[in-house]
Design a protein around this ligand. Structure first.
Ligand SMILES: Nc1nc2c(ncn2[C@@H]2O[C@H](COP(=O)(O)OP(=O)(O)OP(=O)(O)O)[C@@H](O)[C@H]2O)c(=O)[nH]1
Ligand SMILES: [Mg+2]
Length: 303
């Protein structure tokens, strides 16, 4: 399939191309090198602790967008990339996500893809960057990326997403207390979901206090009940406003980080990294890490 047709191909073909890249099929390199990602499509990262309601919220946002379909959908519609937490229950989580998002699973303007974190030795799923760029090239109007976690993953998602939404719940007090300044910085919008439960207002105050400490001016905080859709239109309006004001020049700073991740990934296989780890583990405490590093570089150059 010619890559210039990526925008117009049907969803099934798109799914096949994504699989080819995800599985490192021989065509993957050519596909990637011919991509033309549209940087104007807003990529919205939805992140937060397990069970905070991220999938339910994406489902509700999708409903909200589709209710204004004439106004908001000009192209392929909504692309959703759910990155599963790395746990032995990945397959279950994947099915669970599909069930939770099921009201849109068959909608022709909604494309949902789950990406397992398998094979990834830390960080986002190995292929997250590539699949996001593929989706950016496929003519969607909106792209949502769901990642679980609080801490490092927000920082990583921020290098990928144009807008980062951190979903918390009334009980997330501890998470906010220990939230690092970097996380406060990277979140563009804070959502207190499950605001039908007690403690939501206290949670909003905690977010404001944490923001004050980290020097962030007036964070945007929205209360939602994702299951019923309460607050979701308000959240969508904030996202639309932010999408119109994306500063693509600022993003250029993150390109180096992105390029380094791609280079690292293309140069080092998971086996290489496991081999390195084994060498470090086998060294009985009297290792010389510099020698191990230079031996390692020599060995991958040979391959
Ligand atoms: N009471 C209440 N329950 C909610 C709300 N939003 C989601 N839930 C429920 O919370 C549970 C977890 O929701 P998910 O959307 O799967 O949460 P998630 O953050 O995607 O979870 P993981 O992907 O597993 O990290 C489900 O049982 C939802 O029905 C809400 O606003 N209020
Ligand atoms: Mg989920």
């Amino acid at each position: 399939m010619a890559i210039e047709n990526l925008k117009n191909c049907d969803m099934r073909t798109l799914a096949r191309i994504i699989s080819a890249v995800e599985n490192d099929e021989p065509s993957a390199q050519t596909i990637l090198e011919n991509l033309q990602p549209d940087l104007l499509i807003p990529v919205i990262g939805i992140t937060g602790p397990p069970g905070a309601g991220k999938s339910t919220l994406i489902n509700a946002l999708t409903s909200s967008i589709l209710s204004k379909e004439k106004e908001l959908i000009k192209g392929r519609g909504i692309g959703i990339l759910a990155i599963d937490p790395s746990s032995p229950f990945t397959y279950g989580a994947l099915l669970g996500d599909r069930l939770r998002m099921s009201s849109h699973f068959n909608h022709q303007k909604v494309f949902i893809r789950s990406l397992a974190t398998r094979g990834s030795l830390g960080g986002l799923s190995a292929k997250t960057i590539e699949i996001t760029d593929l989706m950016r090239s496929a003519g969607f109007d909106f792209i949502f990326i769901e990642t679980v976690g609080i801490g490092q993953s927000e920082v990583e998602i921020a290098s990928l997403a144009d807008i980062t939404v951190l979903v918390l719940v009334p009980e997330s007090g501890d998470e906010v207390q220990t939230m690092k300044a970097g996380v406060m910085e990277t979140a563009d919008v804070f959502v207190v979901n499950k605001s039908d439960r007690t403690g939501a207002d206290t949670m909003v105050q905690s977010i404001h206090s944490a923001a004050l400490i980290s020097g962030k001016e007036k964070p945007e905080v929205v209360l939602t009940v994702a299951g019923t859709g309460k607050g979701v239109d308000k959240l969508l309006n904030i996202l639309l406003a932010k999408a119109n004001a994306i500063d693509h020049k600022k993003k250029a700073d993150l390109l180096l980080e992105k390029a380094l991740q791609i280079i690292r990934q293309w140069m080092l296989s998971d086996e290489d990294i496991l081999h390195l780890r084994a060498q470090l583990n086998n060294s009985n405490g009297n290792m010389n890490i510099y020698r191990i590093a230079s031996d390692f570089i020599r060995s991958i150059r040979k391959n």
